[in-house]
Design a binder for this molecule. Structure first.
Ligand code: ADP
Ligand code: ADP
Ligand code: ZN
Length: 216
């Protein structure tokens, strides 16, 4: 199964991706996570990406597309994958489509987690993440069991630097200008499915599972 997750920053893509990845045994490929790992390891890719991420801008398409194409050729992607945070521009979506067509493959669906803008600021500014395992929490909606400690691995959770209010506003603006057009891109191809992302985390997951069905 090959799935693209769409939705504004803070919609719950990362949160749902972890569960979908477990349920359907496909790797969760988050471009944001790959960039952050490169930043923490100070690689040339990380140094380049950080300039954009810290300002709420998108990393340039060429860099991002090459990185994803490379990742999708790893062995663990043979039976499918779940893309979270990619594509984010029409150009990226076209590149993905060409990549798939070149291999005689198809996307199963682009799954939009629909959340109105007025929910987003609170979700993003309350987000806390685990820098070790990537788990995502929320101070109000999905708190850690022990305050400040990741449920999965026990590391101290942190607030992402780009989740401060000013950068969040910039990211939402970037989303509306550059990423939102992808909804029509996939709708026109009859590949779009939509779930209501305003429900509780487990309810959103149930809607996703009933949409995707039991195959894998
Ligand atoms: P969120 O979880 O809020 O949707 P991500 O973790 O997906 O955010 O992305 C964080 C940042 O990484 C983005 O603001 C952007 O700077 C960069 N980034 C992630 N994915 C892409 C992409 N596909 N194209 C360009 N930049 C990206
Ligand atoms: P994205 O990857 O789309 O940027 P995340 O999965 O990181 O989004 O979720 C953003 C924030 O909102 C996190 O703090 C997360 O715990 C919280 N969250 C995710 N889904 C829901 C939900 N259905 N209801 C309330 N809060 C949620
Ligand atoms: Zn952790």
């Amino acid at each position: 199964m090959k799935i693209v997750l769409l939705g504004p920053p803070g919609a719950g893509k990362g949160t749902q991706a972890k569960s979908i990845s477990n349920r359907y045994s496909i790797p969760h490929i988050s471009t944001g996570d790959i960039f952050r790992k490169n930043i923490s390891e100070n690689t040339p890719l990380g140094i380049e990406a950080k300039k954009y991420i810290d300002n709420g801008q998108l990393v340039p398409d060429e860099v991002t597309i090459d990185m994803v194409k490379d990742r999708l050729q790893h062995d663990d992607c043979k039976n499918g994958y779940l893309l979270d945070g990619f594509p984010r521009t029409v150009h990226q979506a076209e590149a993905l489509q060409e990549f798939l067509q070149g291999r005689g493959e198809n996307l199963d669906t682009a799954l939009l987690i629909e959340v109105p803008m007025d929910f987003i600021l609170e979700r993003m500014t309350g987000r806390r993440v685990c820098p070790s395992c990537g788990a995502s929490y929320h101070v109000k909606f999905n708190p850690t069991k022990i305050q400040g400690k990741c449920d999965v691995c026990g590391s101290d959770v942190i607030q992402r630097k780009d989740d401060g209010e000013e950068t969040v506003k910039e990211r939402l603006d970037v989303y509306q200008r550059q990423t939102q057009p992808l909804i029509d891109f996939y709708k026109d191809k009859n590949q779009l499915s939509v779930v209501d992302g305003t429900k509780a985390i487990n309810e959103v997951f149930e809607s996703i599972c009933s949409l995707l069905g039991s195959d894998n």
